[in-house]
Ligand binder design. Structure first.
Ligand code: SF4
Ligand code: SF4
Ligand code: SF4
Length: 374
């Protein structure tokens, strides 16, 4: 099977409360949720590649095609065409971040060949939505835009962007040649009909706890450094940016510690005393996990995204807590006022009080029964 799933990177494996379904939405015919994890029809066709570009944490990949490698080899070549006919198994393996990065890093306009896709197909819709988002984000700080091609007869020569560009340059790229081979391998995926189920073994538990920034975000970081800093920083509507977010935490937060412990990229973090919640927007991949695990629903998306974060990333403190030692057990806890007792000691006291009152009630009932007998 050419579609590879790294369960340790999937946010669903990190918490049963995760509602991430980006891969299912991207490739509904090939992926379903089984026991809270994505499962794949082994007979997936190339349309399943859309889930690779959709996954926020890069849990999905093609065994024989690396979008990261493609990024660098594409820029090295003179060709500025991205096409399933030549150099990618499917354009949908590229995420919005890849598309923005490719447009930014290329001196010439990058052209995406959409002619091979059926009009109205789900995969084409996915690709077009990503191009639209990438161009929208790009337009807020750069004059670069991705272009699309619908001409079925497009050739590598036609797409060359500079005079010295040659087909030889194109074919000289080992990984592009490899991509042709791998596209075939991907298309020829095994034709059994059963679903491929994944389980979480001990070996992936430690990996699940790791913080890992996806390569596509590292690429975006790098290319943004090449883009000139705009004079004015725009603010984009939150719903128009699918791959990162800004957040705030409201007063209902109990400092349960789950969100910053579970955040897969380290975008949410704390200090040694667990006395605050810090947030780095440029590390956030908008996987929604922190929202899904927050019981009081205290963490929220800001309605807008400030492009300034791309150029001047800042760490913001979303909440601070008064950490004190409990008078009963001596353990540190988040003090919210009132008696200096941690929630666990308070709960134990409540339970002890309840048991005591219950015992008293039973004692009284027995006494009354004895009185009646007399
Ligand atoms: S999109 Fe990625 S993180 Fe989300 S459920 Fe699918 S594999 Fe897991
Ligand atoms: S925001 Fe929610 S999940 Fe995070 S510490 Fe506060 S209550 Fe817990
Ligand atoms: S801050 Fe929340 S949405 Fe962003 S990467 Fe961390 S868990 Fe995912």
């Amino acid at each position: 099977m050419k579609l590879h799933f790294d369960v340790g990177l999937c946010v669903r494996a990190k918490s049963k409360f995760s509602i991430c379904e980006k891969c299912v939405y991207a490739a509904p015919q090939s992926i379903t949720m089984q026991e809270n994890l994505p499962s794949f029809k082994v007979s997936t066709g190339v349309e399943a590649a859309a889930c690779v570009g959709a996954c926020p944490t890069e849990a999905l990949s093609l065994s024989d095609f690396s979008a990261t490698e493609f990024f660098f080899t594409f820029l090295e070549s003179k060709v500025r065409l991205i096409s399933p006919k030549f150099n990618v198994p499917c354009i949908s393996v590229l995420s919005v971040e890849h598309l923005i990065s490719l447009a930014l890093a290329s001196d010439e306009p990058v052209v995406l060949d959409l002619a091979s896709y059926d009009a109205g197909s789900h995969v084409l819709e996915q690709i077009e939505a990503r191009i639209e988002e990438a161009n929208f984000v790009l337009s807020s700080f750069s004059d670069k835009q991705l272009e699309t091609n619908l001409d079925e007869d497009i050739s590598v020569e036609k797409s060359e962007s500079s005079e010295e560009a040659t087909r030889r340059d194109f074919l000289a790229s080992a990984s592009i040649k490899g991509a042709l081979k791998h596209k075939k391998a991907f298309d020829d995926a095994v034709d059994a009909e059963e679903l491929q189920l994944f389980e979480i073994g001990d070996d992936v538990i430690s990996k699940i706890k790791d913080k890992q920034l996806p390569n596509k975000r590292k690429i975006l970081f790098t290319t943004l450094k090449r883009a000139g800093v705009p004079d004015v920083f725009e603010v984009l509507p939150e719903e128009e940016v699918s791959f990162t977010s800004q957040k705030f935490v409201d007063e209902s937060c109990t400092n349960c510690q789950i969100c910053y412990r579970i955040c897969p990229t380290g975008a949410l973090s704390t200090d040694k005393k667990f006395s605050l919640i810090n947030f780095d927007a440029m590390l956030c991949v908008k996987c929604h996990l922190c929202h899904d695990v927050c019981e009081p629903d205290a963490i929220h998306l800001q309605p807008s995204y400030e492009i300034k974060e791309f150029f001047e990333p800042t760490q913001r403190t979303l909440a601070t807590f008064d950490i004190k030692r409990c008078n009963e057990c001596g353990n540190p806890f988040t003090y919210k006022g009132g008696v200096l007792e941690c929630p666990r000691c308070m709960l134990e006291e409540d339970e002890a009080m309840f048991l005591h009152q219950n015992a008293k009630r039973m004692e009284k009932a027995l006494e009354e029964k004895d009185e009646d007998k007399k």
